[in-house]
Every structure is written in C-alpha cells, then in structure tokens.
Design a protein around this ligand. Structure first.
Ligand code: MLT
Length: 393
C-alpha cells in the first residue's frame, strides 16, 4: 500500500474522475492501481477520491434506476435494465466469492447486490458448511477457491490481518507455504476486506465518508475540511473506527474518538484523531456523530462468564456496567438536541437499540443509518470494479 501523499491537485482529481468534464460522465480512474482493498490507512486522498467519484457515478445510476425502473417492472425485478444497462457488463463473466467467516447482514448482502449489478456471478461460503469447520486455514481456503478461477474474494474474518495473510498466500509469499507460486500467466485474484478483526472495514469507512459528503454537500470534491466528526463507543474494538479515522482525516476532517478510557484509550491519537472521554462536552462541536455498538464478541470474557447460545451483550471484562456506560455515552434525544442544528447521526449497524442509541434517535430525521446502507452498494460496486479491473503490474 503506498504512503499517503499530500493534498491532491485539481489534475489528480480530474484524473480520478472528479468534478469537471471527466467527472461528468467518464469512468476514467487513472489514480487507482490496486488489485486489492485491504485498508484505507495508507491510501492517498487522490486514491480515496477515485473510489468515491466512481461510487458517486454508480449512486446516480442506482438512484435513476430506482426511480425509473421500479415503477415499471416491480421491485422483484433484479435484472439490469434501464439506467444500469451501461454498467451491467463491467464484470460480466467474472466470479466473486464471498468468504464470510463471521456473521454479517448488511455487508454481505450489499457486496452481493453490488457484484450482481455489475454483471458478476457470486458464490457464498461460510465457515459453517465449508472445510473451515474441519480446520482448514483461511489462506488455504482462499487459495483453493482462487485456484478454481475465481476473480475476487470478499473476506470477513475475526482475525486482524487475515486479508493481508490471504494476499501473501495467493502471491506465493507465505512462510507457511514457501513452495506456492502464483501462475505468472494468470491475473491475480483480487482480495477485498469486508472486516478483519479490529483492524479495518474499508468499504464501511468509504460509505461513511460518502454519507458525510452527501449530507454536507461535498460530493463535488469529497473535501471534508472544516467538518468535525465524533466517533463514540467501543472505538478500541472497532475496525469501522480505524477505517473512518484513516479515510476522513486524509480528506481533511477533524475526528474525535469518544468513550470511557477502556473503550477510547488515549493511544488512539497515534491514528491521527483526538480523544475525549466526555461526550456531553464535545457534542456542541460536532457536525456528525458516528455511534458504535459495544462489540462484546471482541472483548475477552473470563471462563464461565460467557452465556452459551446467547447474544454476547452482557459479558465483558472491559465494561463493568452497560447501564453506567449508557448513562454517560448513549446517544439519546436530549444529547442530540445539544448538537449543532445541522448535525447528523450515523451508525454502521447492527444497532443495539436502547444501549448505544435510542430508538427515538435511530428513527429521527438526523439519522443517516439507512442512507449509509444505500450508499454501501454504490461504494462496493466502485471498489470491485476498480480492483478487478486494476492494471496488472
Ligand atoms: C462490523 O463489522 O464491524 C460492523 O459493521 C460494526 C459492528 O459489528 O458493530
């Protein structure tokens, strides 16, 4: 992943398919050269804009298709007709495999819809019902699926760095498998990170940025300077937060991570954000507040404390009392009233209503939760199209 560059020039932005003649209709993407998307950390602002401008073009087509096609043919129709016709063959003949070794609703469905919109075939694999349950490593599973001629792997895994490991394995670069060598005649299979442990969730970061830019009329440039974004909750466990911080700060936003010291430690400042333990003090400064779930499944639980076959919503050695947490950090109507009049509330889902976010706020006009989900399709179309069509190096 290349080092971050300084601010992009207008020429970079135009080359990226940004505003101006290229941005109006072209799908040119001169600034994108990566076959994989593993993280937003390390991407330049020009590279981020390349994906976001492409997503903006797809978002326009999807909106148009929704408006024009749906009333004509009914919501059950999934074929690409009308405004989507132009892009429906971009990935025709290509196969995308969803390898989800952790639960997901939004991300998996969204990647599937996005791939199909571009004409790709999609296959689904989970740890249940695959050889992962027999002890196969993620690297071996990925290498086997890739060897069948699959063009893209969308991977979710509970271990941070799992997607990097897969890329190394596919490149024949793994210490574990030194004899494996990539067939030089074959195009490398793209790997797209759909969330790896606490590391990153890059497409969620991109769709959060897209939603922010839309809400503050920055879709023309994706320049987020002047905006202050709070990320409240279990920031330390959150891969979404890491992608948000990397992408939003690269595009000029100020990011403040908020939570009790155990969930929002001062060490997060190394990522380029600020840290506060006092939500009420920070609220009046915010243009946007991204609310995170307490990710109990990523907390260590003492033996005997975990409840068998129950959602992990109460066992943690990090949070002593969910009730006390909610008193100080839950985003509720009185807190939202203290935010700036135009401020928005985001959440990556799944929401634990009544814990980190009240239903009243989740369903209010400030809530961008479903806009985020909608933008996820366009963003993932952009990522898959760019990565699977990246120039072979
Ligand atoms: C994730 O996969 O990290 C989700 O989008 C956020 C969460 O699980 O709370």
């Amino acid at each position: 992943m290349p080092a971050r560059t300084s601010s992009s020039t207008v020429a970079d932005v135009n080359a990226a398919g940004g505003p101006g003649p290229l941005g109006a209709g072209s799908l040119t993407s001169a600034a994108w050269r990566h076959a994989h998307l593993l993280q937003l950390g390390g991407l330049s602002d020009a590279e981020l804009r390349t994906v976001l401008f492409r997503a903006r073009q797809y978002a326009g087509l999807l909106r148009e298709a929704d408006r024009v096609v749906r009333p004509m043919i009914g919501v059950e129709q999934t074929g690409s007709v009308g405004p989507l016709e132009a892009v429906s063959s971009e990935l025709r003949g290509r196969v995308i495999a969803n390898l989800f070794f952790e639960d997901s609703t939004r991300t998996r469905v969204s990647f599937t819809v996005a791939a199909r919109r571009l004409g790709a075939e999609v296959i689904d694999l989970t740890s249940v019902g695959s050889s992962v349950s027999k002890g196969e490593t993620v690297g071996d599973t990925a290498a086997n699926v890739s060897a069948m001629g699959v063009d893209g792997l969308v991977i979710r895994h509970r271990s941070s760095g799992a997607c990097h490991l897969v890329v190394r394995t596919l490149a024949g670069d793994s210490e574990a498998m030194p004899e494996r060598r990539r067939d030089p005649g074959r195009r490398i299979c793209s790997v797209i990170n759909a969330g790896d442990g606490r590391h990153e969730h890059p497409t969620q970061g991109l769709l959060d940025i897209f939603t922010l830019a839309e809400s503050f009329e920055r879709l023309g440039t994706f320049d987020l300077s002047g905006l202050t974004v709070g990320i409240v909750g279990d920031v330390g466990s959150s891969r979404v937060a890491r992608s948000d911080i990397a992408g939003m700060t690269a595009l000029g936003a100020r990011v403040i991570c908020i939570g009790p010291p155990a969930l929002a430690p001062r060490s997060l400042t190394a990522l380029g954000c600020e840290v506060s333990h006092d939500l009420d003090a920070v609220l009046p400064e915010l243009d946007a507040l991204n609310v995170l779930r307490i990710q109990f499944e990523r907390h260590e639980v003492k033996p005997g404390e975990a409840k068998e076959n129950q959602p992990r919503t109460a066992s943690s050695n990090i949070i002593a009392s969910v009730r006390e947490y909610a008193e100080l950090y839950a985003v509720n109507a009185p807190r939202v009233q203290r935010m700036r009049p135009h401020a928005i509330v985001m959440h990556p889902g799944p929401i634990n209503r009544g814990v980190e976010l009240t239903a009243e706020v989740a369903d209010s006009r400030r809530s961008m939760v479903l806009r985020q989900v909608t933008h996820g399709v366009a963003v993932r179309m952009a990522v898959m199209s760019l990565c699977l069509n990246a120039p072979v190096s």
